[in-house]
Every structure is written in C-alpha cells, then in structure tokens.
Write a protein of this length. Structure first.
Length: 59
C-alpha cells in the first residue's frame, strides 16, 4: 500500500478496501496513526503561522 493511499484512508479522504480483514489491534494502530498525523499537521500550521505570517504582519 502506498503512503499517500494510506494517509488518505487515515484522514477519511478515501474508502477502505471492504475485502481487507481488520483486527482490533489494527484498528487501534490506525487510530493512533490518525491522531499523530493530525497533530503533525497542526504543528506544521502553527510553525508556519509563527515563523512566516506573524513577522510579515508586525512590519
């Protein structure tokens, strides 16, 4: 599975394969990965605002 396809499934942008078997532990793992991706994206946005946008506004 490609990384972009997997990220799209984590973020609910793409439907999962209905024939794929899912276990309880796999569901937990995907949930943790989803949370970590969202936190990473939020941190990138925060850094972008802090390092790029705020210095431009202060001038």
């Amino acid at each position: 599975m490609g990384i972009f396809k997997q990220m799209a499934e984590y973020l609910y942008l793409r439907k999962r394969d209905p024939n794929e078997q899912r276990t309880k532990y796999q569901k937990y793992m995907h949930g943790m990965n989803r949370i970590s991706l969202l936190v990473f994206i939020a941190a990138l946005l925060f850094m972008l605002i802090k390092l790029v946008i705020l210095p431009m506004v202060k001038k």
